[in-house]
Design a protein around this ligand. Structure first.
Ligand SMILES: Cc1cc2nc3c(=O)[nH]c(=O)nc-3n(C[C@H](O)[C@H](O)[C@H](O)COP(=O)(O)OP(=O)(O)OC[C@H]3O[C@@H](n4cnc5c(N)ncnc54)[C@H](O)[C@@H]3O)c2cc1C
Length: 302
C-alpha cells in the first residue's frame, strides 16, 4: 500500500504555531482525540472573541491511505467527513518543499511497543512481541506463557494474529487460565480462539462510527453504543454511576474550560515555574497531492 499523508498546509508566514495542533496517527486514538479537541476548541472560542475559528488548526497526519483503516472503508470516509465538518484537516496536500509543520502541541497516537524487558528475556520474538504457540505457551520454554500486548498470539477463529486490544487481552486471559488448569491436570490445552465483537470510535461530541457483529453504525447511535459499552465495562457500581452522571452532564452542556492545576508528586516548584518548552517541529514527508476521495479509497483493528 502506498503511504499517504493526511496532512495539512504548512502554516502560512506569520501564522502562530501555538494555534496548530498536530495529531500523529489516524487510527482509533488519533481520530478520537482530534474530534474531541476540535469540539473543545470550538466550544471555547466564545470566550476568546479575538480568536477566529480558522486561526485554530487541528491536523491529523496519517501514514496510510485513509482514516481508521481497521474499519470498513465507508465508516472511515464517514469519520473523515465528520472531522472535516468539525474543522479537522483531513485532506491531503502537496508539501512539495518536504517542509515541516510547526506546532506547539504534537500528540502522538501511533501505537505502543512492549516493555524493553521483553527483549531481555531471551524468548523468541516476532516484531518485538513474544512468539507463542496456539495455546499461548512460549515455545521451548516449558511453564512459560505469554498473552496480551506483549505477545504474538494467533487467533484460531480468524487465522490472523490477535490485535493489541483490551478485548483480545481479556479473552486471552480467560482462556489461558483454562489452559493452565488443563496443563496442571495433564489434559490437552486449547488454541486461542476469539470472535471479535466489533470496533468503535468516537468522532467528536455525539458522533461515532462502529462495526458491531458485522453491522456498520455511524453518528449518534454509534456514539451512544460506545458510551454504553465502556460504561458497562467499568468496575464497581459506584464508579459506573459517577461516570454516567459526568457523561450525561457532558452531553447537554459545553465543555468546562476551567484550568485545574494538577501537580505531579516529584514536580518541584522550580519545574512548575519553568518557562514552557520551545515549539517543536516534526518533519513531514513530501507526498503527492491527494484528494479526499483518494484518501477514502483504501485500507483495516480487530
Ligand atoms: C490510548 C489507548 C487507547 C486504547 N483504547 C482501547 C480501546 O478502546 N479498546 C481496546 O480494546 N483496547 C484499547 N487499547 C489497547 C489496550 O489498552 C491494550 O490492548 C490492553 O491494555 C493490553 O493489556 P495487557 O494486560 O497486555 O497490557 P497492559 O494493560 O499494558 O498491562 C501491562 C501491565 O504491566 C505493567 N508492567 C510493565 N512493565 C512491568 C515490569 N517490568 N514489572 C511489572 N509490571 C510491569 C504495566 O504497568 C501494566 O500495568 C488502547 C490503548 C491505548 C494506549
Amino acid at each position: 500500500m502506498k503511504p499517504a499523508s493526511l496532512d495539512i498546509p504548512a502554516p502560512a508566514a506569520g501564522e502562530p504555531a501555538e494555534r496548530n495542533i498536530l495529531v500523529v496517527g489516524g487510527g482509533f486514538s488519533g481520530v478520537e482525540v482530534a474530534g474531541e479537541l476540535a469540539d473543545f476548541l470550538r466550544g471555547a472560542l466564545r470566550y476568546y472573541p479575538r480568536v477566529k475559528p480558522d486561526e485554530l488548526r487541528v491536523t491529523i497526519l496519517q501514514d496510510g491511505t485513509r482514516l481508521l483503516p481497521e474499519l470498513p472503508e465507508s465508516l472511515g470516509r464517514r469519520a473523515a467527513r465528520s472531522l472535516e465538518r468539525r474543522g479537522v484537516d483531513a485532506e491531503g496536500v502537496d508539501l512539495a518543499d518536504g517542509g515541516r509543520l510547526a506546532a506547539a502541541t504534537v500528540i502522538c497516537t501511533i501505537g505502543t511497543r512492549p516493555h524493553r524487558l521483553v527483549e531481555q528475556l531471551g524468548v523468541p520474538l516476532v516484531r518485538g512481541r513474544i512468539d507463542t504457540q496456539a495455546d499461548m505457551a512460549v515455545p521451548g520454554l516449558p511453564g512459560v506463557w505469554a498473552l496480551g500486548d506483549c505477545a504474538r498470539v494467533a487467533n484460531a477463529a480468524s487465522g490472523a494474529d490477535s490485535p493489541p486490544t483490551a478485548q483480545f487481552a481479556v479473552a486471552q486471559a480467560g482462556q489461558l487460565a483454562g489452559n493452565l488448569a488443563a496443563a496442571i491436570a495433564g489434559q490437552e490445552t486449547r488454541p486461542f480462539a476469539h470472535v471479535s465483537k466489533g470496533m468503535m470510535a468516537t468522532v467528536g461530541h455525539l458522533n461515532g462510527v462502529a462495526q458491531v457483529f458485522g453491522l456498520p453504525l455511524a453518528g449518534l447511535p454509534a456514539w451512544l453504543l460506545w458510551r454504553a459499552y465502556y460504561l458497562l465495562r467499568m468496575p464497581t457500581l459506584g464508579r459506573k454511576l459517577h461516570i454516567w452522571a459526568e457523561w450525561t452532564w457532558g452531553m447537554f452542556f459545553r465543555a468546562d474550560i476551567t484550568h485545574l492545576r494538577f501537580t505531579r508528586s516529584g514536580e518541584t516548584e522550580d519545574e512548575a515555574a519553568a518557562p514552557p518548552p520551545p515549539l517543536r517541529e516534526i518533519p513531514v514527508r513530501a507526498e503527492p497531492a491527494r484528494t479526499p476521495q483518494a484518501l477514502g479509497a483504501a485500507g483495516n483493528r480487530g
